[in-house]
Design a protein around this ligand. Structure first.
Ligand code: FAD
Length: 369
């Protein structure tokens, strides 16, 4: 059995020497490509033969990258396409124009992504590990019966990746197993979400030697007609505070926890400090569950993953599920009245004291400076 498996595996790697072809699903808003997409494009560049990780064991591969973009109602598509066309290694931008795909509804986009990918035969389909990516990619992969990988943190080879397990307590090195049927026409297919904080932004092209082709497709209508009728309908979007930086890409994040007690104190201390510093606002799950702030602000295992230059945690205990979303922050400051709180183990600077005394004093100091 073992010999048979190893033979199969070795043959799989021989088959895998074919050039990777990577489709990146682009997320964008208000004319800007999302930071998570820049990271996914960087991972795609690494798969296609840019710089593999130092312990990557594959020889240099060459491949090509295509990007699937949905025309969105609230975005400047010209600006988005221009940004994507500058990415090194991207040979084609595919713009999907269809009234049903103008909002990020997974039930609408997934059948289109699945059918397009199957027809084009990409070896890899990547997207950023943001709410957009986590919502859409597994659903599209499921339609094709493909098991996706989530939260890739490192590309070791086109078929081998590092991803977190148990809220980041363990980093697993995982390798795609070749298709069970050696003659399988589908070949190896890797669908993955890419952790935005683990990759730098994609490299831009140095010259216009190979300009990016633009393909505008109206196949979505046909694909959606052939798919099962969606069970949901787009009604409206209530946006996050567009004035503040995006949580996932902010340089400074101020996060509030249950220690703040209520929404009024969350607003008066956490949001106020964030606005004074030009920071994004984060929250623990306990704060969200207590109704202090919106769910989209949650940082952690089941929230957003952030790695800002500065992370200020106010009234946060530092549960492992919260640390999973912020422990890669460069500098962490914690304010907590319990000297034994686990957050102090992760913090670079700790302030032991009552936040109801510290926060007003801090805000006053800032307004005087
Ligand atoms: P608490 O743990 O109650 O901590 C409040 C802190 O405030 C305490 O340390 C206390 O000392 C301090 N405090 C109280 N009063 C004051 C004061 N006056 N001055 C200063 N400090 C004060 N949590 C997340 O955050 N993100 C996730 O994504 C997430 N996912 C989860 C997934 C699963 C499957 C599970 C089981 C849990 C998850 N949790 C998540 C919940 C997590 O386990 C914790 O319950 C949560 O993070 C605790 O939030 P907290 O630190 O705000 O509250």
């Amino acid at each position: 059995e073992t010999r048979r498996y190893l033979e199969h595996f070795t043959r799989g790697f021989a088959d895998a020497r074919v050039s990777p072809s990577v489709l990146v699903l682009a997320e964008h808003a208000r004319g800007n490509v999302a930071p998570a997409t820049w990271a996914a494009l960087r991972a795609a560049q690494q798969v296609c033969g840019g710089t593999l990780s130092s312990n990557g064991n594959d020889a240099k591969q060459t491949g090509h990258i295509e990007v699937l973009v949905f025309d969105r109602v609230d975005s400047d598509m010209g600006a988005v396409l221009k940004q994507l066309a500058q990415v090194d290694g991207v040979s084609r931008l595919v713009l999907v124009c269809d009234g049903h795909c103008r909002y990020p509804v997974a039930e609408m986009l997934a059948p289109v992504i699945a059918r397009w990918s199957a027809e084009q035969g990409y070896s890899h389909v990547f997207t950023g590990g943001s709410t957009f990516g986590k919502n859409i990619l597994p659903r599209a992969a499921g339609i094709l019966g493909i098991q996706p990988l989530s939260d890739i943190m490192q590309v070791c080879s086109p078929w081998e990746f590092v991803r977190p397990l148990y809220a980041g307590s363990i980093l697993a090195r995982v390798r795609l197993v070749p298709p069970s049927e050696p003659s399988s026409k589908t070949g190896w297919r890797c669908w993955a979400t890419i952790r935005g904080t683990a990759f730098e932004a994609a490299q831009l092209r140095h010259d216009d030697a190979c300009p990016t082709e633009l393909d505008i497709t109206d196949k979505a209508r046909q694909y959606l007609q052939d798919a099962a009728p969606p069970a949901v309908e787009w009604l409206q979007q209530t946006g996050a505070n567009a004035e503040r930086p995006r949580l996932e890409s902010a340089h400074i994040v101020v996060t509030g926890g249950r220690g703040l007690r209520d929404a009024e104190h969350f607003q008066a201390f956490v949001m106020e400090l964030a606005d004074r510093l030009g920071a994004a606002v984060g929250a623990t799950r306990a704060a969200v569950d207590a109704g202090m702030c919106a769910n989209e602000l949650q940082v952690g295992q089941t929230g957003k993953v952030v790695a800002p230059e500065l992370y200020i945690a106010v009234g946060v205990s530092g549960a492992v599920q919260h640390l999973a979303g912020m422990k890669d922050s460069k500098v962490i400051i914690a304010i907590n009245n319990d000297p034994e709180a686990p957050i102090f183990q992760a913090a670079d600077y700790g302030l032991v004291g009552d936040l109801f005394e510290i926060m007003p004093a801090l805000l006053e100091k800032l307004s005087n400076s």
